[in-house]
Write a protein that binds this ligand. Structure first.
Ligand code: C2O
Ligand code: CU
Length: 470
């Protein structure tokens, strides 16, 4: 049976030391809130509906005074932001100028299976691939995104079999926004009052390179099963759009923050200091029916929260810190001036889309068995399908777990039953020993998709399964 590359390393190194802390950077960390927030560049079409993006290494000054080699879409981390409209198909050509194979998944996209970025549907880089049975594209491939779906904050990232963790950690992730007329008709903050914020954590080696333990197997063999692999890899530096603990100047107006947790493994419980609340307007798959006020937002890897923060409630000159109640600060907003604000949050947002009657129920049990990471008793087996939902139907899927697993379903969008989350989602954080039920709808396309844990180290240890929409 297959355990995944990390699983094999784990088995080989099997001791028992579990060290709890985040990976410590081996260079001095910069002071917080001294670097300005940067917004990723917007992807520009080469002709209407056509985009070309090249994955390549680049050097980037993340920690002031040193540079880090990143692997980026167009050499950027985060990659360029796609800002597109519902129903306007985009064809994205990905050129792979890295030395490793890649697969690009549009997370949250209703995408034909052959453009979904399956982990074995690889674009071969400048060296030969390792996987038997893969679909191989030499150096380049077109991904077709019809985008026939509700406006939402999606993101794209690498999904290579066994190596998603290290490849995303090196920078292969970006925003993919879909807009539509329904959302445009609402008086929400827009323009520079709308900020996509990709939050992720990293650690650094003394030479400025990213510190990722799988790149340092001696550690594994010396210490046996390390907590990084049980809990996933967590770093001691929080980046927002690739900048450590940035600040951004805002007017005393409402701003829309599109929060994405692109961390490999870390979850955040976000709050505002000195006080204040978030008005949640959207979730993974777009606008809620009604806004919700939240004091804190717990966001797991892969999840998105679309929120409004009203900076008019703070005096000019205030420092408003976005902090993580689970362990440290994230970024700071500096309220610099008064300004006119015509935006508001209407009491009705998306048109109601009730859940259809489910036609089937299935249980997926996420469990760690002796360093094998399984769903329903099996680690990922290429070619094996675990379920066959019918196109256009709704099913109840139960996710049971022994551990903390952010579960993500490709193609299907779901509502979480019996918990506080609202709206349509594609990722749900299943807590240790919890069972979560979701009502998942399969719209769009027939074909092979997958579900998996979005803790990227768990995913790389083969906690994934294919299913077929029939
Ligand atoms: Cu964001 Cu299959 O993953
Ligand atoms: Cu997991």
């Amino acid at each position: 049976s297959r355990r995944g590359f990390l699983g094999l390393l784990l088995a080989a190194g099997c001791g028992a030391e579990v060290s709890g802390e985040r990976l410590t950077s081996r260079l001095p960390l910069p002071p917080k809130f001294t670097r300005p927030l940067v917004l990723p560049k917007t992807a520009r079409p080469t002709s209407p509906g056509r985009y070309v993006v090249t994955q390549r290494p680049a050097r980037m000054e993340i920690i002031p005074g040193t540079t880090t080699e990143i692997w980026g879409y167009d050499g950027a981390f985060p990659g360029p932001t796609f800002d597109l409209r519902r129903g306007e198909q985009a064809v994205v050509t990905i050129n792979n100028d890295l030395t490793v194979p890649t697969s690009t998944h549009l997370h949250g996209g209703v995408t034909p299976a052959d453009s979904d970025g399956h982990p074995l549907d690889l674009v071969v880089g400048t060296t030969r691939p390792h996987h038997g049975g893969s679909t191989l594209h030499h150096r380049t491939r077109d991904y077709v995104y019809p985008l026939d779906q509700q406006a939402a904050t999606l993101w794209y990232h690498d999904h290579r079999m066994d190596f998603t963790g290290p490849q995303v950690y090196r920078g292969l992730a970006g925003f993919f926004l879909i807009r539509d007329d329904e959302e445009d008709a609402l008086p929400l903050p827009r323009g520079d009052r709308e900020l996509p914020l990709m939050i992720c954590d990293r650690s650094f080696e003394a030479d400025g390179s990213f510190r990722y333990p799988a790149l340092d197997p001696t550690l594994l063999f010396r210490h046996g099963v390390r907590r990084e692999f049980m809990e996933g890899v967590e770093g001691d530096v929080v980046l927002v759009n690739g900048v450590p603990w940035p600040y951004v100047e805002v007017a005393a107006v409402s701003c829309r923050l599109r929060l994405l947790n692109a961390s490999n493994a870390r979850r955040y419980r976000l709050a505002l200091r000195p006080g204040g609340s978030f008005t949640q307007i959207g979730s993974d798959q777009g606008l809620l029916e009604r806004p919700l006020t939240r004091e804190t937002i717990t966001i797991a890897p892969g999840e998105r929260y679309d929120v409004i923060v009203d900076f008019a409630r703070y005096p000019v000159g205030s420092h408003v810190t976005l902090t993580d109640l689970l362990g440290g600060d994230v970024m700071r907003f500096v309220v610099t001036r008064r300004a006119r604000d015509d935006s508001r949050v209407p009491s009705k947002l998306a048109r109601p889309q009730p859940v259809d009657n489910p036609v089937a129920r299935r249980t997926f049990d996420f469990r760690v068995k002796e360093s094998t990471w399984t769903i329903n008793g099996s680690p990922y087996l290429p070619g094996r399908s675990i379920a066959a939902p019918r196109l256009g139907t709704t099913e109840i899927w139960r996710f049971a777990s022994d551990f903390h697993h952010p579960v993500h379903v490709h193609l299907g969008r779901f509502k979480v039953l019996g918990r506080e989350e609202q709206g349509w989602k594609d990722t749900v954080d299943v807590r240790p020993y919890e069972t979560v039920e979701v009502a998942v709808r399969f719209d769009g396309y027939r074909g092979r998709y997958m579900l998996h844990c979005h803790n990227l180290e768990h995913e790389d240890m083969a906690m994934m399964a294919d299913f077929d929409v029939v």
